[in-house]
Design a binder for this molecule. Structure first.
Ligand code: NAI
Ligand code: PHE
Length: 350
């Protein structure tokens, strides 16, 4: 397999013939501190896709940590599963976690993991019995618990900042379309509903849509309508890669602010959004609440109040990013990257 170039520090790859799982860890940067980022466990078409995903996601974690002002580098683990997690028996999953822990131990603390798509706090509890290089344990096990509420609060702060930048008058009455009603999306939906937004929701799981309709009076649309349904704010909280150059040309909204990591499938998309006058809150800025929660509570010893304060500050960071993008006539992604680069080049190397 031809390996593409990468600007990260290290990629580790391991295959387990017994389960058929592939384990990839991308350590993108340790400049600001040990690399950190979640463990994503899902099925990939090919191990090469898992390598590419781990590297892309690790790079985004470097930017996320730097912009959020957290003393950590960026990394990510991807476990390419032989079958969807729900279809794996417990023994297989436990073996996969044990091998992942062994890989983390080999990296000796240069990379610490946490939960991501396909893993949760209970998995971190298990990992932590096998390695010190995992955080995000459940509260029952003495950890800070799920990062989702903090991520949702940060995304809501991003929605407010994006609406202000777009000249919309607060969230009250705005049409807010939430894609993905999982741990984060349902939290964002609640904040938006409480602020008076007219909620529109979609999920591939109809039961989640039905709950949102009942709880918040949300209008439900089909998953395929997400890029064509007119709204004021689009809030992607499902998987990444929703917008490429073509879909960015069509999406009918004024603001995009969500949690999904690596939302833009290609770099052209950000420029298309800028030219169309759509305010885009870069994913690695808007969704940093989870990282702030996990690193703040477990690494820096912050209390819940400090985490909330720093999470709400995502709105101020975005206001500065939007202003910088306007001033330099660049995309908001480039403006946020400038903030990250300033921190990365100004931060004391370890
Ligand atoms: P989750 O797995 O709890 O929820 C995802 C939801 O999206 C599920 O309800 C799923 O059915 C739905 N979904 C999947 N594909 C869809 C599609 N094509 N159309 C509509 N709905 C679809 O995940 P969670 O924790 O809520 O995270 C959401 C996103 O935010 C993920 O991309 C994750 O990487 C990102 N993120 C999450 C953080 C956290 O603290 N949980 C932190 C930063 C980013
Ligand atoms: N996976 C989440 C994210 O992408 C939460 C997380 C943050 C996990 C930092 C580990 C470290 O932000």
């Amino acid at each position: 397999m031809a390996l593409p170039e990468w600007d990260g520090e290290l990629t580790s790859v391991r295959h387990d013939p017994d389960t058929g799982a592939w384990f990839v860890i991308g350590v993108h940067s340790t400049r600001l501190g040990p690399a950190s980022g979640g463990t994503r466990a899902m099925v990939y078409p090919d191990p090469a896709d898992a390598v590419a995903d781990a590297r892309r996601l690790a790079g985004a974690m470097t930017l996320k940590m730097a912009v959020a002002g957290l003393p950590m580098g960026g990394g990510k683990s991807v476990i390419a599963l032989p079958a969807p997690r729900a279809a794996l028996d417990d023994a297989t999953w436990q073996r996969i976690l044990a091998l992942h822990a062994a890989n983390l131990n080999l990296l000796g603390g240069n990379y610490t993991t946490g939960p991501d798509v396909g893993t949760n706090s209970a998995d971190m509890d298990t990992l932590r019995t096998l390695t010190p290089h995992a955080f995000g344990r459940s509260t029952a096990a003495g950890g800070p618990g799920t990062s989702a509420p903090a991520t949702a609060l940060g995304v809501f702060a991003a929605i407010r900042a994006g609406a202000a930048e777009a000249g919309l008058d607060g969230v009250d009455g705005l049409r807010v379309l939430v894609q993905g009603l999982g741990a984060v999306g349902s939290g964002v939906a609640r904040h938006a509903a409480e602020a008076g937004a007219k909620l529109i929701v979609t999920d591939v799981d109809p039961a989640r849509c039905a709950t949102a309709a009942e709880t918040f009076g949300a209008e439900v649309v089909g998953p395929a309508d997400v890029l064509t349904r007119e709204c004021d704010v689009l809030v992607p909280c499902a998987t990444g890669g929703l917008l490429d150059g073509a879909t960015a040309r069509e999406v009918p909204c004024a603001v995009i602010a969500g949690a999904a990591n690596n939302l833009l499938a290609d770099p052209v998309a950000a420029d298309v959004l800028r030219r169309r006058g759509i305010t885009y809150a870069p994913d690695f800025v808007a969704n940093a609440g989870g990282a702030i929660h996990l690193v703040g509570r477990e690494v820096l010893g912050w209390d819940a109040g400090r985490v909330t304060e720093r999470t709400l500050a995502i709105g101020d960071t975005l206001a500065a990013v939007f202003a910088d993008a306007r001033e330099h006539a660049t995309t908001t992604v480039e403006a946020a990257e400038r903030v990250a680069v300033r921190t990365l080049t100004g931060g004391a190397p370890r």
